[in-house]
Ligand binder design. Sequence first.
Ligand code: CA
Length: 340
Amino acid sequence: MGVVRYSLPSLPRLLLLLLLCSTPGLATCPEADQIHCGGSSRCTRIRYICDGDNDCGDNSDEASSLCDVWRNGECERNSARCTRNGRADCITISHYCTVDDPPCEGSLDMRLCQMLSDGKISPLNNIVLTTTTPSPTTPATTIPSIHMTGEINTEEFETRLTSTISHPECPQLYTKVGEHCISVFFIGNMTWPESLAFCKAIGGDLMSLSSDLTIFSTILQHLSSHQVTADFWVGGRYINDSMGWTWLDEKPMTMGSPYWAVRHQDDCSTRSLYLSEMNQTMVANQGVCYNYKQAPTTPLTGHCVAITYEHYYYLSDQDCFAKKSPMCIKPGGVDPEQAL
Ligand SMILES: [Ca+2]
């Protein structure tokens, strides 16, 4: 593996920012029913989350985005409806998350369970569901490393680096793609949570493709014309069974064309057509059974979305803790003043 050094002056500052953004390992709270607050090492009791009092001091236990989910319409605050063995009961969220054999069926946002198992109150958008099988890869707290694999012509690399991640109308590490400043940071090598932190550290967000389809094709042309072959994290992830695959702006992700990669499946399935004028669904092509779908794999490879070279830069579900490059977007489009 050849390590390439390059001379962007802002990189040490960026890495320092990332260091500050990374969550340090937390000591366990002294009592079992406690959880770390969002912005400090202070601990609070789980039952004090969303009870109307600012127990953490930084208000993280009362954040509205958290409490909208913590208080649900079916049960009392701190409880969720759990259906097991044919019975439906309201049980505490912490019990809901740990009960097993069989687990609860219900609509609880599983990010709350992840927050409790991580032992820390977190903004919901930062919580990533881990896969059921523990990942052998490095945990999310590792500092993103920057390297290239294989032999590479340094001069060619620097030329490509400059042309892909800089533009006079965009901030450093961004380039102009269509009318947006996008960071195609193909030398980055980090997990999905690290990519989220990286994009925020450089003043942007992980790329969402929910509202502007034309930018997707423009990005594909950009990657192709610069001969980029890296895999990129984008801002989509699986939240729970009821919310499903969702962009960071909370809009649902559309399956199928032109977004998702084509996947082969051993079991074939028919496809249906929705006829809006008749408000009817009918089977397509006389019930022909197909072995391909444009959707996440079954079972899931992971709970985060990437665009990968392997899949011709269509969306695919990937293990959130695999290492890929971040693709960020700067809100607000290009800024001609940036050229000054
Ligand atoms: Ca509280």
